[in-house]
Design a protein around this ligand. Structure first.
Ligand code: SF4
Length: 422
């Protein structure tokens, strides 16, 4: 198979690139050059093509999926539908409970969005950490690759990196689930990370299906105290080197970094540093700019994600109000996603300065056009629920400032109308 990178490097503008260019208002030739250089990836699923990276709008991913402690497939399908209807750009199925293959096929059937998985999860859930073999990991990878998955998150944490984190004065250690599983496997077997040891074979599987490789952020910080320590810097270097190898092999690649908990003063600097070190698209989980927002982590995450996106992050992974506490309900998925769609939009306002939609809504707000405002709101459904008939806002009643100004001060000379009203 010729991958998007190889086609772009050969000077071919693919249908997928044309579709992304049309939806983003970009020149297809220019976009194709960005794909050739690895600054943009095209995630595909059927006829759906999604561009992530330089010069494109910030994208948002919604994580769903069962856990061994909470397994309700109906809920996960509902979450997938909610995510798609509210405007998520991608879904990640992180299922580890019940029939994982069936769950994935139900999610694929319920939405048309590009789907990401962490194949390690299924291998571990079905085999157990103690008995996991390299062949379980690779067998699972090959089977999932045949199913039309758009992107894999893989944690390529090295033995050297694990030694580094053991010596670091972190409070939280490793908080990445996929990263901790790979670390346990390496310790139990006394081996190097099999994804690293067999990286060429891994790339071959991804290349065959043009699946985007997302290099997991094992060293993301579990609290703001732990952010930007030596293991994180080491991981960034190692992942950038792996990303270059993937790109050279024609495999599209995304870097995960600056995720987890990061002090708000440091978020923009860390993001710029990542983007300077390599031009690959940057995927950020959160980040949470404080550790103490439990119950409202989606709000804290929205602030961190807006800072991250404004500084250059290309792709955000949402956080729900259930973060640190449990598997989110469908309603919590909705809340988390709504918060991160706002963050992505604010990030784009900072990055690109374009505010056409904001201005269009402001014009309708000034005209007291409630339905027009709702149509342009990021969360159209919520804006409509608040006021289904498009009636005037009840906050100030007859003393609505906009109405007063329209009534008394909207003539050619506002002062005349004010005078007449006295
Ligand atoms: S009633 Fe008050 S809050 Fe509502 S639109 Fe008018 S000025 Fe704004």
């Amino acid at each position: 198979m010729i991958t998007e990178i190889e086609a772009a490097q050969a000077g071919t503008i693919t249908d997928a690139v044309r579709r992304v260019a049309a939806s983003e208002g970009r020149d297809p030739g220019e976009l194709s050059r960005s794909v050739a250089e690895g600054r943009v990836v095209i995630m595909k699923r059927g006829d759906v093509s999604l561009g992530i990276g330089d010069g494109l709008s910030t994208k948002v991913n919604a994580n769903i999926g069962t856990s061994p402690a909470c397994c309700n497939p109906e809920d996960e399908v509902e979450k997938a539908r909610i995510a798609e209807s509210l405007g998520a750009h991608t879904i990640s199925d992180l299922s580890m409970g019940g029939d994982i293959t069936l769950m994935r096929s139900r999610i694929l059937a319920a939405t048309a969005l590009p789907l990401t998985t962490v194949p390690t999860y299924q291998a571990v859930a079905e085999t157990g950490l103690e008995h996991l073999s390299d062949e379980d990991l690779f067998g699972n990878l090959r089977r999932q690759a045949e199913e039309g998955i758009s992107s894999f998150v893989l944690h390529l944490v090295s033995g050297k990196l694990l030694d580094g984190v053991r010596r670091s004065p972190r409070i939280m250690g490793v908080v990445s689930k996929g990263g901790s599983m790979m670390a346990a496997h390496m310790v139990l077997r006394g081996c190097e990370n099999p994804y690293l040891a067999r990286f060429d074979e891994l790339l071959d599987i991804l290349h065959r299906h043009d699946i985007v490789l997302s290099l997991g952020n094992t060293m993301r910080s579990g609290c703001i105290h732990d952010a930007r320590d030596r293991p994180q810097v080491m991981e960034m270097r190692e992942n950038v080197a792996l990303a270059r190898r993937a790109h050279e092999a024609g495999v599209q690649v995304i870097l995960e970094g600056v995720g987890g908990h990061v002090h708000p003063r440091r978020i923009p600097g860390y993001i710029s540093d990542y983007k300077k070190k390599s031009g690959f698209p940057l995927f950020v989980a959160g980040p949470l700019p404080t550790d103490i927002a439990m119950g409202n982590d989606h709000i804290a995450g929205c602030v961190g994600a807006a800072l991250a996106s404004g500084a250059g992050a290309d792709y955000l992974c949402y956080i729900t109000p259930a973060e640190h506490m449990g598997l989110p309900t469908p309603a919590q998925v909705r809340e988390g996603l709504a918060a991160f769609l706002i963050a992505a939009h604010i990030g784009d306002l900072i990055k690109y300065g374009r505010d056409d939609r904001d201005e269009a809504l402001a014009i309708r707000r000034a005209a007291l056009d409630w339905k027009g405002q709702a149509a342009l709101a990021l969360d159209h459904e919520k804006a409509c629920i608040a006021n289904p008939d498009g009636d005037p806002c009840t906050m100030c009643g007859s003393f609505c400032a906009l109405r007063i100004m329209q009534e008394f001060c909207s003539g050619p000379d506002g002062r005349d109308t004010v005078e007449r009203s006295r």
